[in-house]
Design a protein around this ligand. Structure first.
Ligand code: P6P
Length: 315
C-alpha cells in the first residue's frame, strides 16, 4: 500500500511542488479533526464576518483558512496564497516557486447538517503570476470530509485517491480514477430552471424524458449542494455536474470561482478522462482577469459534456 510521500516521489522531481501538496494535505488533516468535533464545539455557527463574495463567513471558514495559512507560511516553497476567504492575494516566501489557490472549506453551508464538504486547491508556477489559465497548473487536488477523509490529487499524470488512515498517513486506495464516458446521472440545482438558458433546458429535458426521448435511456438526478461531494461522486462513478451561466448569474460571470474551484476540478477531471467546459470553451483555457473571477461550470463524463456542448453550439 503506497503512502502519499512514495506517490509524490514517483510523480515529480519538483520537491517544492511535492512539499506544497504535503502542506495542503497536512492542513486538511487538521481541518478534518476539527470538523469531526465541530457540532460539539458549537463551531458550525456564523463567524459574524462576510468574505469578498459577500457571503456570511461561518466560523469554520475562518478557522480552516487560518489553518491553511499556518501550514503554508511554514513552507518556503510557497510564494503566494490566493484564498476564497481573503480579499487579496497574500505574499508568502520570497524563495517560493509555487502559488497555491484554495477554497479552504467549500460547501460550508452544509456543515450544520453534517453533509460532506471539502478543501480544494490549485498549484501554479510562481513565474506565471496568479492570473494563469488552468492548463498552466502544476497540480490540483481536494480533500473530501465525508464518511472517509479522501485526498484526490493529480500532478501531470493520473488522478489518484488517498484515504486518511488512523495513523495520520494518506494511503493510496485508487491509483487511477477513471470517469466513465457514458453515465445515467446528472447533477444540477433544478430549482434554478426558470433562469436557465436554452442549452441547459434542452439537455436537462432530454435527461428527464429518459428512455421515452432522444437520450434513449433512464437518468437519475443527484444534487448535494457541496461541489466536492458532487464532483467526488462523478469522479468515482461518472455523471455530469452543471452550474451553468443563467439569467441570474450572468452579471457575475457565473456562480463558481475559476482559480480555486473550476480549474482544480477540471484538472482532476482531465486526469481521469473526464471533460470540462463553460458551455463555450474548455474551462482550462479560460484567461483569468481576477483572482475571485466566477465561471460557468459543466464537467464530468465525456459523452454527457459533449451533449451539452452540442446544445450550446446549436444555440
Ligand atoms: P446552490 C457551495 O456553496 C457551492 O459553492 C458549491 O460547493 C456548490 O456546488 C454550490 O455552491 C451549490 O449552489 O445554488 O445549489 O446553493
Amino acid at each position: 500500500m503506497t503512502h502519499l510521500p512514495q506517490w509524490l516521489a514517483a510523480e515529480t522531481d519538483d520537491r517544492n511542488l511535492a512539499g506544497a501538496i504535503v502542506s495542503m494535505a497536512a492542513a486538511s488533516a487538521e481541518i478534518a479533526a476539527i470538523l469531526r468535533a465541530a457540532p460539539i464545539e458549537g463551531q458550525t455557527g456564523l463567524a459574524g464576518a462576510t468574505n469578498v463574495q459577500g457571503e456570511a463567513q461561518k466560523a469554520l471558514d475562518v478557522i480552516s483558512n487560518d489553518i491553511v495559512l499556518k501550514h503554508l507560511r511554514a513552507n518556503p516553497a510557497i510564494s503566494i496564497l490566493v484564498s476564497e476567504e481573503l480579499d487579496e492575494a497574500v505574499e508568502m516566501s520570497s524563495q517560493g516557486t509555487v502559488i497555491v489557490a484554495t477554497d479552504p472549506l467549500d460547501g460550508s453551508s452544509n456543515l450544520d447538517v453534517n453533509v460532506t464538504v471539502g478543501t480544494i486547491f490549485s498549484i501554479l508556477p510562481t513565474h506565471g503570476g496568479v492570473l494563469q489559465k488552468g492548463e498552466a497548473q502544476l497540480a490540483a487536488g481536494y480533500v473530501a470530509y465525508g464518511p472517509a477523509t479522501s485526498l484526490v490529487v493529480r500532478i501531470k499524470g493520473a488522478t489518484s485517491v488517498f484515504t486518511l488512515a488512523q495513523d495520520g498517513q494518506w494511503r493510496l486506495n485508487l491509483a487511477e480514477a477513471k470517469v466513465p464516458a457514458a453515465s445515467g446521472e446528472f447533477a444540477i440545482n433544478t430549482a434554478r430552471e426558470r433562469f436557465w438558458d436554452a442549452a441547459t433546458r434542452n439537455y436537462v429535458s432530454e435527461n428527464i424524458a429518459g428512455e421515452t426521448g432522444a437520450a434513449g435511456k433512464r437518468y437519475n438526478m443527484r444534487w448535494v449542494g457541496s461541489m466536492v461531494a458532487d464532483i467526488h461522486r462523478i469522479l468515482m462513478r461518472g455523471g455530469i455536474f452543471l452550474y451553468p451561466l443563467d439569467s441570474e448569474t450572468v452579471g457575475k460571470g457565473g456562480r463558481l470561482r475559476l482559480l480555486y474551484e473550476a480549474n482544480p476540478m477540471a484538472w482532476l477531471m482531465a486526469g481521469a478522462g473526464g471533460k470540462s467546459t463553460t458551455g463555450r470553451q474548455d474551462i482550462l483555457t479560460v484567461e483569468p482577469t481576477d483572482i475571485h473571477q466566477r465561471v460557468p461550470v459543466i464537467m464530468g463524463s465525456a459523452d454527457e459534456v459533449q451533449r451539452v456542448e452540442n446544445w450550446y453550439a446549436k444555440a
